[in-house]
Design a protein around this ligand. Sequence first.
Ligand SMILES: NC(=O)C1=CN([C@@H]2O[C@H](COP(=O)(O)OP(=O)(O)OC[C@H]3O[C@@H](n4cnc5c(N)ncnc54)[C@H](OP(=O)(O)O)[C@@H]3O)[C@@H](O)[C@H]2O)C=CC1
Ligand SMILES: CC[C@](O)(C(C)=O)C(=O)O
Length: 331
Amino acid sequence: MAVEIFYDADADLGIVQGRKVAIIGYGSQGHAHALSLRDSGVDVRIGLPENSRSRAKAEEEGLRVLTTAEAAAEADLIMILAPDTKQRQIYAEDIAPNLKSGDALFFGHGFNIRYGLIQPPADVDVAMVAPKGPGHLVRRQFVDGKGVPCLIAVEQDASGNAQALALSYAAAIGGARAGVIKTTFKEETETDLFGEQAVLCGGASALVQTGFEVLVEAGYQPEIAYFEVLHELKLIVDLMWEGGIAGQRYSCSDTAEYGDLTRGPRVIDAHVKESMRKILGEIQDGTFAKEWVAEDEAGRPNFTKLQEEGNAHQIEVVGKKLRSLMSWTNK
Ligand SMILES: NC(=O)C1=CN([C@@H]2O[C@H](COP(=O)(O)OP(=O)(O)OC[C@H]3O[C@@H](n4cnc5c(N)ncnc54)[C@H](OP(=O)(O)O)[C@@H]3O)[C@@H](O)[C@H]2O)C=CC1
Ligand SMILES: CC[C@](O)(C(C)=O)C(=O)O
């Protein structure tokens, strides 16, 4: 697939400004989309359960909050930004009964379509606008006049205009300031799951925790280990973000660069690459999706146990103390 990248000049904001948009969920992504769409002149309402903890936050921002079913019935563009594991039930109970021919059903991640958990009727557009960044930064960048790159995809083009609508929506949340790339639900879902498991969240967290443990177990002070492997990592990643890996190497010493070039591949060796390939395979053949849906249905016992263990790790205790002592933090 040859890359197609779109910018603000390619998008017609008027298309999404002409729609009635329901944002289902008001968490990390939901609040960012809703507030930025509103700032872009779009008619937005929020859909949440009566007992949702997010209701107060949306109402404090002056947004109109309805039940999920009411919001879906009123809107002609429904963006589902609830947790992936909850979307199938939300769709079946609250959205499907209120879908009208000609509506557009949007997703911020392709999980439920890619794995066949939601099967919309043929007479609605099914599209995706997936920002490539955490929702709080999607909003922060928009407010700062910047944007987080977005992926768009069309699964079903009932109107013949689904791609232009998705691009218009992406522009309204700031994505087209940075670049909007056309993809498929399959490519977005598989690369996104791989990225968060192997590199961005799973890989990076395990790398940092393991590096911290090696230093502390060898008798070094936990505070120094924290600054070395966690705090400084952000500064190094900022350099990568600005100028690529070459940019990072330019700003570091040649001693660091020699260690990077000769020792890095010993840490991330052929076994790690093989593990990454295995993880990708489990995403592609649906093993991970099946496991995650079953874990959620069982009340998340393993997830909760691992989450508690992670939160109790010494690096969290030391980090909390050190961050609270930084002069610029809000105590
Ligand atoms: N987090 C991110 O930055 C990214 C997320 N995505 C995708 O965006 C989607 C949303 O994820 P994220 O923003 O992290 O989710 P969050 O967990 O941050 O927020 C979920 C929201 O959905 C609400 N919710 C829960 N149940 C229902 C329901 N039955 N009906 C309506 N709303 C409900 C929650 O309310 P309550 O407060 O009551 O729990 C909350 O407001 C997912 O598809 C995810 O994969 C894509 C890119 C990045
Ligand atoms: C890296 C995690 C992410 O995929 C993201 C912020 O893009 C997510 O789903 O939260």
